[in-house]
Design a binder for this molecule. Structure first.
Ligand code: ARG
Ligand code: ZN
Length: 914
């Protein structure tokens, strides 16, 4: 009886703790095997009743296990303290001991362990106390790559969002910020490099070939920014002197075979440090900054304080192994993680629903950095391409969520294009509404108010509003409502009055859980042009806040052409029927580079969509083959191709047709065969009819003999444009064009060119393809260039070929395939699912069945990678009935598989219900 009631009390207390301290968990859903998955709600946020002032961690790393001792200075309520709930994943942690103020706690009496997660101290002392916990984990068995894990013999950590609870029992939530000291002990021979956040304070040797080091991070931080590395690595190093004259040591680490590929990251980091000082007045705050590159990493990179950990794919770059796009990505991601030091680390998120507070803002900052380092116009086009091809799709499907979501089962599922890229577009709208100077005032106030705090998106918006004396109440809707608004524009010119009135109206489609929408506050940048493209009305920002508004402009001498949504001033779709002639005028003469490009894309879309209708009506393949690309389009395309004096990158993008994903959004239902077929037809027709022009441009753009490699925008543009020409010419597929691709490969000195050649020959079985493909792979293998091998897989997974799936399956047997390495899985399996619409959407369902099986198989090891792969099925309702049925069947199969992770379960179940 005694014993039993104790347990009942303990259980009741634990339940109370879960309700009170474990702030958001409210609603539950059942998974098939009857386990309950907690749904976390934004509305249920409660501040933590306990804080952790200081954290002292000791890691003893041996080959069998990692023993982690944490000593926490806790503070809590002065009276009637509630039970103390600590997060922790029981499957990962073996609890060795727990003490409070030196007194050992007893299970069932002083604390209880949750069946799967959590530890509840039933009656903690008041005010402040010392909590000490010892656990053991097995990093070598941690295939999720979250928490402390060991791959290729190296230890590293990934704690965002909720990985720290896989290292020890803790208050794993970002509004608990503490000062950390860390000690790491490991074998010196196997793990010579020991790193953690902040400054190294001491180091020493131990008996048995072991060594240790201690670290101190003077800044308070949430545990998701904790990091540790114990590894065999080499480095490059340099220093940076900050604007106030402090010297910072910079060290960039990677495996020995990669050290010749780290210089670009170093250059990029220093550029980023300088840029943040110049543009935002933000200086680096520690004496040392480390970047560590690892092969096995779930995402791009992680901004741990003073110790960024990167996927090798976002660090390594050298001309012979990295494309120009890779160089740009490295620059962008190095900048992104560095910029987090202020937007994310010094000012962090109160809870994970606020993720866009740091991610949207930091993407905005990194794209400003990239724009300044490369070409602003090109960067803008690239960013909008991502928005349209990926974010608009997410926003129109069952996973649609506002940039600040309202609920989740697995927060890792919300590191999305919506939170990141649309989040960045929302920040950009503040910038557009307030101007550069007003935006900077808002940022300064934000840092002044919130340095050292964990805050919300509302705090950010308040800083922007207060610094500028603006009312931004309505602007909150960008954080509340999902879906892509459409802005419709109708312009009327009154010739006698010489006035032009523009009526803008907005509407946003329903999204799951949000049947109706309120009007957004939309900055619409416009300019009026005449028929020659000359200015009739200067550029200005119209603020559309109602469902419909009319703006009138006087003293407009002649009927104007409207240049609308310049620079893509808001993440919306535009509905404005323009004649082909007007689009051609805008494509040629609009002084907004983005709008010129956009007009060219609209012209191409029209042609392609109308051919798709004809394709679908065609009775047989002969009729389909006979379809003709309209003459005026070919003429306009030719004009762009032979135009002189254009920035080559802009010319290249103008010559690139809208891709599958963008065009598919214009079709209901999506017909993958017609879409893929017509895209190929148009590309081939352009290539055949403009072969002379493409060849001439290709030849003229050849790099001067002995040209030194540079990533200057101009050189990148030339390579980009030349490879666009090659890509078209390769579509012809005759002997001459294959010979050209082979010659391109043989002359190549950069990965940009090697890869372009590999793609060009890939669809054509034969000697040229055999030669290019085998030497490409052999060289990468000899040089131990894993990222280059990924490219080799990716090309084969994505190029058009009827036997694509067979090739992919065969490649999974290849000596280089490794299903435990996320980059490799993405390069083959995810690439097939995302970039091979003909193969994936094959009407016999074989592509779906393959990917469904892969989701389940990969999910047994790594739920984050599997969940991301699963989301390729989310668009199922946009397809025809047969495909819908086949895709849904895979989703149901995945959802109902016993033991499926909550990450995968959430994507599958939401996709089905949505
Ligand atoms: N904060 C990192 C970045 O964007 C990404 C962390 C992603 N974590 C995750 N579990 N998906 O820089
Ligand atoms: Zn980030």
């Amino acid at each position: 009886m005694q014993e039993k009631s104790k347990i009942v009390v303990a259980a009741a207390a634990a339940a109370a703790a879960a309700a009170a301290a474990y702030y958001f968990y409210r609603r539950y859903r059942s998974k098939p095997e009857g386990k309950q998955v907690k749904k976390v709600l934004r509305s249920a946020y409660q501040p933590s009743p306990y804080q952790i002032e200081t954290v002292s961690l000791n890691f003893i790393l041996t080959e069998e296990e990692a023993v982690v001792t944490s000593e926490l200075k806790m503070t809590g309520p002065k009276t009637s303290p509630p039970p103390l709930y600590l997060d922790g994943e029981r499957s990962q942690l073996t609890l060795r001991s727990i003490t409070i103020n030196g007194k050992k706690l007893v299970e069932g009496q002083d604390y209880v362990l949750g069946a799967e997660e959590g530890l509840t101290v039933l009656a903690p002392p008041t005010t402040s106390f010392d909590l000490s916990i010892v656990v053991a984990t097995k990093p070598q068995d941690n295939t999720q790559l979250s928490g402390l894990y060991k791959t290729s013999g190296n230890y590293c950590t990934q704690c965002e969002a909720v990985g720290f609870r896989r290292i020890t029992y803790f208050l794993d939530r970002p509004d608990v910020m503490s000062k950390y000291t860390v000690r790491v002990e490991a074998d010196k021979e196997l793990h010579p490099v020991l790193l953690s956040n902040g400054n190294e304070t001491a180091r020493g040797e131990l008996a048995g070939g072991r060594h240790w080091a201690t670290f101190e991070d003077p800044f308070k931080k949430p545990c998701y920014l904790f990091a540790l590395v114990a590894a065999k690595l080499q480095k490059i190093e340099s220093t940076f002197t900050t604007c106030s004259g402090r010297k910072v040591d910079i060290k960039i680490w990677s495996e020995p075979e990669n050290v010749d590929q780290l210089d670009w990251a170093m250059t990029s980091l220093k550029d980023a440090m300088r840029w943040d000082e110049r543009v935002y007045g933000r200086e680096y705050d520690l004496d040392v900054f480390h970047i560590v590159a690892v092969n096995d990493f779930n995402m791009g990179a992680m901004e741990n304080k003073g110790l960024n950990v990167f996927n090798t794919s976002c660090v390594l770059a050298k001309p012979s192994a990295a494309t120009d796009a890779d160089f740009e990505r490295v620059q962008g991601v190095v900048g992104h993680e560095y910029f987090h030091n202020w937007t994310g680390n010094r000012v962090t998120c109160r809870d994970w629903f606020q993720l866009t507070l740091k991610e949207g803002l930091t993407v905005f900052r990194d794209s400003g950095f990239s724009a300044d380092m490369t070409s602003a116009a090109v960067k803008r086009i690239e960013d909008v391409r991502v928005m349209r091809a990926h974010q608009f799709v997410e926003d129109a499907g069952p996973m649609a969520h506002p940039i600040r979501p309202e609920s989740y089962l697995a927060i890792d599922n919300f590191y999305t294009v919506t939170v990141y890229e649309k989040g960045s577009e929302v920040i950009r709208m503040y910038h557009t509404l307030l101007g550069a100077a007003g935006f900077r005032k808002g940022m300064d106030l934000y840092f002044e108010r919130h340095d050292g705090q964990a805050v919300t998106c509302d705090d950010f918006r308040a800083a922007m509003a207060d610094a500028n004396g603006r009312d931004l109440t309505q602007f909150e809707r960008w954080y509340q409502q999902a879906g892509t608004p459409t802005v419709k524009a109708v312009g009327v010119y009154d010739a006698p009055k010489k006035s032009y009135s523009l009526t803008l109206s907005q509407s946003t489609p329903a999204t799951p859980g949000q049947p109706t929408k309120l009007p957004f506050h939309i900055p619409v940048k416009i300019k009026l042009l005449d028929e020659q493209g000359k200015c009739l009305l200067d550029e200005r920002v119209l603020e559309l806040t109602e469902a419909s508004q009319t703006f009138t402009f006087d003293a407009i001498p002649s009927a104007p052409v409207l240049s609308l949504l310049r620079g893509f001033s808001a993440p919306v779709k535009v509905d404005m029927p323009l004649s082909d002639a007007t689009l051609e005028l805008l494509a040629a003469h609009d002084d907004d580079a983005f709008n010129r490009w956009d007009a060219s894309q609209q012209l191409a879309s029209r042609v392609i969509l109308s051919l798709i209708t004809q394709w679908q009506k065609a009775p047989d393949s002969a009729a389909r083959d006979a379809l003709k690309v309209p003459e005026p389009f070919i003429k306009a395309f030719r004009a762009t191709l032979v135009a002189n004096g254009l920035e080559p990158s802009l010319q290249a993008y103008a010559l690139t047709l809208p891709d599958y994903s963008v065009l598919a959004q214009e079709m209901a239902p999506i017909d993958p065969d017609a879409l893929v077929g017509v895209l190929r037809l148009v590309r081939r027709s352009l290539a055949i009819q403009l072969r002379t022009e493409f060849s001439a441009a290709y030849t003229a753009l050849a790099p001067p003999k002995g040209e030194k490699f540079t990533v200057a925008a101009e050189a990148v543009g030339r390579r980009r444009l030349r490879n666009v020409c090659l890509e078209y010419l390769a579509m012809i597929g005759d002997e001459k064009s294959i010979a050209l691709s082979l010659a391109h490969y043989k002359d190549a000195t950069t990965m940009t060119d090697y890869l372009a050649a590999l793609k060009a020959v890939d669809p054509y079985p034969g000697a040229a393809r055999d030669e290019v493909s085998s030497t490409f792979y052999a060289r990468a293998k000899d040089n131990k260039e894993a990222l280059v091998i990924n490219k080799w897989f990716a090309v084969q997974a994505s190029t058009f070929a009827p036997d694509a799936l067979q090739r992919v399956k065969a490649l999974m047997m290849h000596e280089a395939y490794d299903s435990t390495n996320p980059n490799r899985v993405r390069s083959l399996v995810s690439m097939f699912a995302n970039a091979n619409p003909a193969g994936f959407h094959s009407l016999d369902g074989s592509g779906y069945e393959f990917i469904g099986s892969q989701v389940l198989e990969i999910g047994q090891r790594n739920s984050q990678v599997a969940a991301r792969l699963c989301s390729v099925f989310s668009a199922w309702k946009k397809y025809d009935a047969v495909r819908q049925g086949l895709m849904k069947a895979q989703l149901v199969r995945i959802r109902d598989t016993p033991g499926v992770s909550k990450d995968v379960f959430e994507i599958a179940s939401r996709s089905i219900e949505g």
